[in-house]
Design a protein around this ligand. Structure first.
Ligand SMILES: NC(=O)c1ccc[n+]([C@@H]2O[C@H](COP(=O)([O-])OP(=O)(O)OC[C@H]3O[C@@H](n4cnc5c(N)ncnc54)[C@H](OP(=O)(O)O)[C@@H]3O)[C@@H](O)[C@H]2O)c1
Length: 285
């Protein structure tokens, strides 16, 4: 992997910091992005020494469109190539019923969770294509595949990010750029802690109990997520694109043996379920 480069957003803590470590250990050069420069430096400081690899940090507030555009320019100026773009940074936005949400915060969640990945893809496709192909990996989240009450902003942004990824995957297939999404499962991070802190009455009983349970029992394995993201970033996943892959539930290790079948089907994608799919024949013509 000696000369491969990955950009990982939201890599100052939580899953992003874990992914930064995993890419580094797998031999990648890494670009770390988040708001807090000290936290990014701390992540770099704790990486094992590897003299032939490079780290670059770009502090950036992804909630500010101008900063995201500047980030694109800095990446294009300073990187010789880009092999993997991991859009991992995300925020919940307002938690609670829509009617009580501050729409400014709603908008901010759309900007960080959806528009910043869109802007990074838009601005960096040329650089990714320069070395003959590459991978875009977008982190999905609760609400992308089903409703998530009290998290309308987050759920809407994540559902849109998944459909954006499916659509971009089709556009880029002939250029050898794969676009996939990863559902990591509920993990013990500051994002989930927010759900516990917001309380049952705001987040809702179901969400609160899931989060509380994760903090009591440990939650999904970040190592499994990192294995999956590294797989999607590597040539081992050639031919796999436009899919939403669960790090917890999917046997993706088997997928390279079934590339044609996967490509020809709508499995692992967002689709409408009709009455016919549920045995309700009265519902369809
Ligand atoms: N944790 C879960 O249970 C769970 C479940 C499903 C999906 N996910 C997804 O997994 C990904 C990682 O989540 P996580 O739990 O690791 O979150 P986290 O612990 O809250 O970390 C979020 C990261 O994003 C950065 N970030 C937040 N706002 C930013 C902004 N405006 N500009 C730039 N960077 C920003 C944070 O750094 P700064 O604060 O320094 O900016 C931090 O590095 C997210 O996409 C999330 O939706 C998480």
């Amino acid at each position: 992997m000696g000369n491969s480069w990955a950009v990982i957003t939201g890599s100052s803590r939580g899953l992003g910091a874990h992914l930064a470590n995993a890419f580094w250990s797998a031999g990648w050069n890494i670009v770390l992005v988040a708001r807090n420069q000290d936290d990014l430096l701390e992540v770099c400081k704790n990486l094992p020494e590897r003299p032939n690899q490079r780290t670059v940090i770009f502090p950036c507030d992804l909630a500010q469109p101008v900063e995201v555009s500047l980030l694109v320019e800095k990446i294009k100026d300073q990187l010789p190539r880009l092999d993997a773009l991991v859009n991992n940074a995300a925020i919940h936005g307002p938690i609670g019923p829509l009617v009580e949400n501050d729409l400014t915060l709603w908008n901010k969640a759309i900007q960080v969770n959806l528009m910043s990945p869109v802007t990074l893809c838009h601005g960096l496709l040329d650089l990714i294509g320069k070395s003959g192909g590459g991978a875009i990996i977008n982190l999905s989240g609760g609400g992308a595949t089903g409703p998530r009450a009290n998290f309308t902003a987050y759920a809407s942004a994540k559902a849109a990010l998944v459909r954006f990824s499916e659509t971009l995957a089709q556009e880029l297939e002939s250029q050898g750029i794969r676009v996939n999404c990863v559902a990591p499962g509920a993990m013990k991070t500051s994002l989930l802690e927010e759900v516990v802190v917001s309380g049952k009455s705001v987040a809702g009983t179901r969400e609160f109990e899931i989060a509380e349970n994760v903090f009591a029992q440990g939650g999904a394995s970040m190592n499994k997520v990192a294995d999956l993201v590294l797989f999607l970033a590597s040539d081992a996943s050639l031919g796999i694109t436009g899919k939403l892959v669960s790090a917890v539930w999917d046997k993706w290790q088997e997928w390279p043996k079934h590339i044609e079948q996967l490509a020809a089907s709508d499995t692992y994608t967002l689709r409408r379920i009709s009455g016919r799919d549920r045995g309700m024949e009265w519902g369809d013509v």
